[in-house]
Design a protein around this ligand. Sequence first.
Ligand code: PHE
Length: 375
Amino acid sequence: MKWMLNLSLVLSVLIAASCNKGGADKIVIGNFGSLTGTEATFGVSTRDGIILAMEELNKNGGVLGKQVELKAYDNQGKPEEARLSVEKLINVDNVVAVLGEVASTRSLAGAPVAQQNKVPMISPSSTNPMVTQKGDYIFRVCFIDPFQGEVIAKFAYNTLGLRKAAIFRDSKSDYSMGLSKFFENKFVSLGGTIVGDEKYAAGDSDFKAQLTNLKSKQPEFMYVPGYYTEVGLIARQARELGVKIPLMGGDGWDSTVLKEIGGEAVEGNYFSNHYTVEDPRPEVQNFIKNYKARFGTVPDSLAALSYDSAQVLFDSIKRAGSVEGPKLRDAIAATKNFPGVTGVITLNENRDAVKSAVVLQVVDGKFKFKETINP
Ligand code: PHE
């Protein structure tokens, strides 16, 4: 009888150990993203970038002597699902950290859950300033929109010499609303004028009424900082209405599907982004080569940023010597001069990265590098 008691004691200790993050034989990390829906390429690229970083790490022995495992959930592009995914990752899967989301609105929905549970969250690509203001456990490895808005304002005003802009923004997206405002502030302060300003809502498919209105204001270019599905349709309908001026946007344009939806109508237009595949730095070219070999496609900036976010997380776990929330949080906060694919990553006191941006132009269905703009 005594041996049975001992055995059950041993078993329960073993079970307790495997449920405890620190004691498990694997380190589990989480990801939540739009693996389906109108922003599916954001979620898929982000997940794949994390997988590549994780497989490379595991091949080299993992971290703290353990292999890393990824739990990734689809939120179908819905903020409420995003929040539920983070709850599940933390409460059911016991992840040590969360990587995600792409869209600022969904990062804003998930961040409070990570913050309350003291589980660090690193957004690879959400650029709205409010995301990291959710608390001291929330980080990002990308630049923020007050800067991104300046990038196109300067490019349009200084490089292209344009003076009259129209804005067409997505009222359901914190990203689109914020970026429009930051662009407007900078463009006006440079001396430009906003001659028209219209809204649509993510999921819309007919934009003709607003486009007709904007056209009548005779802008020299139109700023459309939305996500690729709507932007592709907007570009098409704008050209159908005889709007020939350049369209410009932000990182939300970055998807191979933009060209599938927009076709010829997206040709010649410009957007700001986090990285270019034309960057000759070995970090970039090696990443592209390895990603292509693993997934068969050229990585977009989502893949590059999520790869960087995972690398920053692994590096922080190593420096912390622990996966406990508070220790890991401190180590992530101390990230300095980390050589990422998307640039050198140093997190500032707001837990944001300060990095340069690139302006790209759609040429023959490819995103051609135009110029780099530094913060
Ligand atoms: N920056 C966008 C947001 O905050 C997301 C995004 C990043 C989309 C990079 C595409 C590329 O919502």
